[in-house]
Design a protein around this ligand. Structure first.
Ligand code: NAD
Length: 353
């Protein structure tokens, strides 16, 4: 991979390779863009097959964080870190201490948090070496209920746009994946009177949602269900050439990251008359929640929920931009984020004594 070429093309600021002899830590920290503020993004621990694969993942994820923070109206930039290793077997105290020291060395340009393969316990160790860490135990807590609330508000915005009424009572919603986020989402939807259908590879997870009042369906049938909303809450890439033509829904709105396998699938959805809620807008609730740990007065649950609730307005603005500019909702969300960053950048030319 031509790293500098990629940095130039996508505007990355900094890529840092970190190695610690004592613990064997091999970590890459990527800072994509800090126009709006320090780069916040989790640290993922994963048994990458190659350094190139780890670097590619860190670059991709860091850039995604820039867009998500900007779209959520946060004064944060985008960054991400990856630790090469198996989270089940390779975790040690020294490893996370070393990582914390490298985060500290960036003097606040990058703020870390938990991600796939890391936990609040790991963040607590990192905290012994740096203050530039959020998602500690006893603070903002599990982000999933906040992500689910944001996705629920996104669904209400979609319903308002498509049906002229945000009320989800009686609407049929199919949730793919009822893990941490999907479960809380199912709960909110059932409370709102929606008919909820769920599918999960894990029968236990599906059963948990059925106990709430949802109906279980086989995993391979989610794309073929006639419904109002299809909610991908499992893995990325679920909207692809094989699935997009099968959808019989009016709306796609879920929490999964990178739902579209390729950008062009947004166009296919639009042509099929299906409204797509861009994933990084619909799933920004967890990021908003953890960002409140950085608020001057410290974490405040009510303020956090109030801000997550605004995902409703943010998404309606995305749809408005898409209509005005004649572009897909995915492009509109990107442009909305880029517009905010560009304006902040242009205003930075004013000298502040
Ligand atoms: P999770 O691992 O708890 O849940 C995912 C569930 O999907 C699991 O129960 C799994 O069995 C199921 N699953 C996987 N493949 C499936 C398939 N093909 N069909 C049906 N079920 C399948 O993860 P989570 O924390 O609930 O996150 C869900 C998605 O939302 C992920 O894409 C994640 O990146 C994204 N997300 C989560 C948060 C958060 O706060 N947890 C924030 C932003 C984005």
């Amino acid at each position: 991979m031509e790293v500098f070429a990629s940095m130039e093309e996508y505007g990355y600021e900094q890529v840092v390779f970190n190695y610690d002899k004592v613990s064997g830590l091999r970590a890459i920290i990527v800072i994509h863009d800090t126009t709006l503020g320090p780069a916040l993004g989790g640290v993922r621990m994963w048994p990458y097959q190659s350094e190139e694969e780890a670097l590619f993942d860190a670059l991709r994820l860091a850039r995604g964080m820039t867009y998500k923070s900007a779209a959520m109206g946060l004064n944060l930039g985008g960054g991400k870190a990856v630790i090469i290793g198996d989270p089940r077997t390779d975790k040690t105290e020294e490893l996370f201490r070393a990582f914390g020291m490298f985060v500290e060395a960036l003097m606040g340009r990058y703020i870390t948090a938990e991600d796939v393969g890391t936990t609040t316990d790991d963040m607590d160790i990192i905290k012994t070496c740096t203050d530039h860490v959020v998602g500690l135990s006893g603070t903002s807590g599990d982000p999933s209920p906040f992500t689910a609330f944001g996705t629920f508000r996104a669904m209400q915005a979609c319903a308002k746009y498509v049906f002229g009424d945000e009320n989800l009572a009686g609407r049929k919603v199919v949730i793919q994946g009822v893990g941490n986020v999907g479960y809380h989402l199912a709960q909110r939807l059932l409370e709102a009177g929606a008919q909820v259908y769920v599918a999960d590879l894990s029968p236990d997870k599906a059963e948990r949602a059925v106990e709430l009042g949802a109906h279980a369906i086989p995993c391979d049938e989610v794309y073929d269900q006639e419904c109002d909303i299809f909610a991908p809450c499992a893995l990325g890439g679920c909207i692809n050439d094989e699935t997009v033509g099968r959808l019989k829904t009016k709306i796609v709105c879920g929490s999964a990251n990178n739902q579209l396998l390729e950008d062009r699938h947004a166009q296919v959805l639009a042509e099929r008359g299906i409204l797509y809620a861009p994933d990084f807008v619909a799933n920004g609730g967890g990021l908003i929640n953890v960002s409140f740990e950085l608020a001057p007065g410290g974490y405040n649950r009510e303020q956090s929920l109030a801000k997550v609730s605004k995902i409703y307005d943010i998404l309606l603005r995305v749809f408005q931009i898409a209509d005005e500019r004649g572009i897909t909702t995915a492009e509109a969300a990107n442009q909305m984020a880029e517009d905010r960053i560009r304006k902040a950048f242009e205003q930075k030319r004013i000298y502040l004594p």
